[in-house]
Design a protein. Structure first.
Length: 174
């Protein structure tokens, strides 16, 4: 499977980078980091965000899944309005037009009405809106456990097999 991980904004950028690193080696993975996230991460690998001619910006490239984590409200609004002015928004537009798996992890809290309308619009277009929300039934002894739960749920949405977290089985912990 060809999987794109895009990191926009700065808050929780390390979680997106960790998700990228946890994609199993049997998948082809592509990383796109926005300019503001690059500054925070001091990131040097992956495509340049302004290169909308990169292969992942084309439907014929055949990327099957895309995760935008975190997704800034600016990027979310652009995608919802069909503005494809950088590699992240163009790749997301391709995922929507090709009806492929797209998971978006908005990073704001609380959500304002405009952001909620944009999320609803994208959900209706087939995107999964999946903010980094904790599952309290999962083992959560460390920050790594919490992050693995969130990333595992994102991978579930994208069809990436994983055992990053303890799944709910209906039994309570004693």
């Amino acid at each position: 499977m060809k999987i794109i991980v895009a990191i926009s904004g700065a808050s929780a950028a390390s979680l997106g980078l960790k998700a990228y690193g946890l994609i199993p080696e049997n998948h082809q993975k592509y990383l796109v980091v926005s300019e503001s996230a690059k500054i925070v991460l001091r990131q040097e690998e992956g495509f340049q965000n302004r290169d909308i001619s990169a292969p992942i910006a084309s439907g014929s490239f055949g990327a099957e899944a895309m995760l935008i984590a975190p997704c800034s409200m600016n990027t979310l609004a652009k995608i919802a309005c069909g503005i494809a002015d950088n590699l992240i928004t163009r790749s997301a537009a391709v995922m929507i037009k090709e009806r492929r798996k797209l998971a978006i992890a908005p990073r704001e809290t609380p959500f304002d009405p405009i952001a909620l309308e944009n999320m609803l619009k994208l959900s209706r277009l087939g995107a999964n809106i999946a903010p980094p929300v904790l599952g309290y039934y999962a083992d959560r002894r460390t920050i790594d456990d919490l992050e693995r739960f969130i990333i595992g749920r994102w991978f579930d949405l994208l069809g990436i097999e994983n055992n990053l977290y303890r799944r709910w089985n209906g039994e309570q912990k004693v």
